[in-house]
Write a protein that binds this ligand. Structure first.
Ligand SMILES: NC(=O)c1ccc[n+]([C@@H]2O[C@H](COP(=O)([O-])OP(=O)(O)OC[C@H]3O[C@@H](n4cnc5c(N)ncnc54)[C@H](O)[C@@H]3O)[C@@H](O)[C@H]2O)c1
Ligand SMILES: [Fe+2]
Length: 401
């Protein structure tokens, strides 16, 4: 990459760091522990809401994961309407349907119960309520939501995306297959309630994929150049908790303490992601995911060690600090050794969770386009520790196959 481009990108990163500091993103009230759903419904009651829209997906609804919440709302005299049509990678149609249920039932609040898909759908339904004169597509991009969202609450049932802590939502246009983001501080949930008992039904492979997605959010955010104290501290907590708990959650999904730790870790990683941005791991994963229909968490997990290796010396400082903070090493040891040990730990974690170390779906003839899309997504938006160009990404993809 030429010098002028590097200067331009780094100036952009500096500006975005300043903007994030000045903008002061909203932080949801975090409710966790065994009686978190009771506490959440008490908070909803305090808002004096009459009719709340529950946004969820059919699997979660049929598993009965919403039942206790409905009971608690009824006990408090709060009526509800349910929209349970969210699909994985929620679509514009999902938003339209959810918005219609909201309007038909004259709802005055929104509660998402589900993974990132349900939470993102609920966020943009809220965005439509706040900005009724704009279509979903017109809300694409940054800061397009003008009015105030109705009170909005989130109960995640996966420990991964951290959407319950972020100001973004990812929506799919099913006509063009394009995934696009709606970003606005207004769509951050007012309250995020973490209820580990809702996560015991998560199958091991989804536990692994979503947990590794959270790990990647925390690591990419930590090594990025625009981190602030809040993101650094959140990232350390998150990585430490994931390294201590994800293998346990994978092999024994019913351990509530482990599930709670994973849901906290994903929340903290969401705080990091929304402020410090993702990096090339996510850019490559998005480019591959759209082409070959790979689960996002699986893709980022496979790619992560390769990108950390490509960054080399540029992340010796940050990764060695992270290794020390996570108890993997002592700070007296040489940084390059700590860096290598940290990557080894990530590779071992992937092995334990049955994550392959190659992506065999990649077709040779697609590599150039995959790299172009990844570069287009990442440069300059993501505040990466080392700027890579197309040739570097092509090299990484060759190693991936
Ligand atoms: N808004 C953000 O900040 C953000 C960040 C990253 C990713 N995302 C988006 O989030 C979406 C992915 O979210 P996700 O990974 O949480 O998956 P998801 O919400 O799509 O759920 C994955 C599957 O797991 C099932 N499931 C969820 N919870 C369950 C439970 N407790 N028990 C049994 N099954 C359960 C769902 O029914 C679904 O079939 C994508 O659309 C992605 O683009 C958003
Ligand atoms: Fe992710």
């Amino acid at each position: 990459m030429n010098f002028a481009k590097k200067i331009a990108y780094r100036s952009f990163h500096l500006m975005s760091k300043l903007a994030y500091v000045i903008l002061k993103f909203p932080e949801p009230i975090l409710v966790s522990g065994e009686d978190s759903l009771e506490k959440l419904c008490d908070l909803i009651k305090k808002e004096d809401l009459q009719q709340i829209l529950i946004v969820t997906d059919a699997t979660i609804f049929e598993l009965g994961l919403v039942d206790k919440i409905l009971e608690l709302l009824t006990d408090r005299g709060i009526e509800y309407s349910v929209y349970s049509g969210v699909v994985s990678n929620p679509t514009i149609e999902n938003i339209k349907e959810g918005y219609q249920v909201y309007q038909e039932n004259q709802c005055d609040g929104i509660l998402a119960v589900g993974g990132g898909s349900s939470i993102d759908c609920a966020k943009v339904v809220g965005g439509r309520v706040a900005t009724p004169n704009k279509t979903v597509l017109e809300l694409k991009g940054n800061f397009k939501i003008k009015g105030q969202l109705p009170p909005f609450y989130a109960v995640p049932t996966t420990a991964g995306t951290g959407s319950e802590a972020t100001i973004g939502a990812v929506i799919t246009n099913s006509d063009t297959h394009e995934k696009f983001s709606v970003n606005s501080p207004k769509i951050a949930p007012r309250v995020a309630a973490l209820a580990p008992e809702l996560m015991t039904s998560l199958p091991p492979h989804i536990t692994a994929y979503t947990g590794l997605d959270a790990l990647t959010h925390a690591i990419e955010g930590y090594i990025n150049v625009n981190g602030i104290r809040l993101t650094d501290e959140s990232a350390i907590k998150s990585v430490r908790m994931i390294l201590e708990n994800l293998e346990k959650a994978y092999s024994n999904g019913t351990d509530l303490k482990v599930r709670e730790n994973m849901s906290l870790a994903a929340f903290y990683a969401g705080m990091v992601l929304t402020r410090a941005t993702p990096g090339y791991v996510h850019a490559i994963a998005h480019s591959l995911g759209g082409r070959y229909n790979l689960p996002h968490g699986l893709a980022v997990a496979v790619i992560l060690p390769y990108v950390l290796e490509e960054f080399g010396e540029s992340i010796h400082d940050s990764i060695s600090q992270l290794a020390v903070e996570c108890g993997l090493a002592s700070k007296q040891e040489p940084k390059n050794l700590l860096y290598r040990r940290f990557i080894q730990r990530i590779k071992r974690l992937n092995d334990h969770l049955n994550i392959p170390n190659k992506i065999t779906a990649i077709q040779e003839q697609d590599i150039e386009d995959i790299a172009i899309d990844a570069i287009h997504e990442a440069n300059p938006t993501y505040c990466v520790p080392k700027l890579l160009d197309k040739a570097d990404i092509v090299k990484i993809i060759h190693r991936l196959i």
